[in-house]
Write a protein that binds this ligand. Structure first.
Ligand SMILES: [Zn+2]
Length: 242
């Protein structure tokens, strides 16, 4: 069961891991904002002005090559935050950070975040652990892309996205999924068809609906569970159940 409403308790799973008193102290420094589809939160090598703690939605970290070619290297949702380099006083983002599924976030000025995270307190300890968990997520994705079948990777990607949206349905164009999975656009249909035939999901008019969550978990590679377990191990159980 996913959290359903925005309330005094944090729906960003990272903020949910702060002691309640610390969260209440930081709350006036956070602003509730919407994440618009395709909005760029940071361009590569531009200064990070704000950090975002997503509540719903998915943000892609994209690496841009010199010739303009780009590929997605990580996705961030309500398990994490956008603007991690600001933690170490780095004022630049190495990636383009772009909203892939629209949603909502809690936003904090980067200068305020830096000042708060430089204090020896719960936020600093939490962010240090999140940095390790994020590194685990990225390294697992590198291994996954090299070792696991496109079918299983697709299930993993659908589960990760399902965790980060409201409800069971979200937008997914074949063009986007082909970038995600590193396959030609025509192959996306071949990848999705067995999953549809097995009743795990439906895919119509650029939207995916999750029909059988447990079935998708069985069909996904181990990487989905590995990353979730590592987040729980490093960060502790969130106060909100997922
Ligand atoms: Zn994998």
């Amino acid at each position: 069961v996913k959290p359903q409403s925005f309330s005094a308790s944090p729906n960003n799973m990272l903020l949910a891991r702060l002691p309640q008193q610390e969260y209440q102290r930081l709350l006036p420094l956070l602003r509730h904002v919407t994440l618009e589809f395709k909005h760029v939160l940071n361009e590569p090598h531009s200064s990070i002005e704000q950090v975002h703690f997503p509540i719903w939605g998915v943000v892609s970290a994209v690496t841009v090559m010199q010739d303009g070619d780009s590929i997605e290297v990580a996705t961030i949702g309500n398990e994490g935050m956008v603007g991690l380099p600001a933690l170490f006083g780095d004022e630049e983002s190495p990636n383009r950070m772009v909203v892939q599924v629209d949603g909502e976030a809690m936003r904090m000025d980067a200068s305020v975040f830096r000042a708060e995270a430089s204090k020896d307190g719960p936020l600093r300890r939490l962010m240090a652990r999140y940095h390790t968990a994020f590194h685990c997520q990225v390294s697992q994705a590198v291994a996954c892309n090299g070792l696991h079948t496109v079918q299983r990777r697709c299930c993993r990607w659908v589960l990760m996205t399902h965790d980060r949206v409201q409800g069971d349905e979200f937008p997914l164009t074949h063009e986007f999924l082909s970038h995600m999975l590193g396959v030609r656009r025509v192959s996306v249909t071949e990848v999705l068809k067995p999953l549809q035939d097995a009743g795990l999901l439906s895919n119509r008019r650029g939207r995916v609906t999750v029909l059988d969550r447990a079935g998708l978990e069985n069909a996904a590679c181990e990487c989905y569970r590995t990353v979730r377990n590592e987040f729980d191990r490093l960060l502790g159980e969130p106060s909100l159940k997922d």
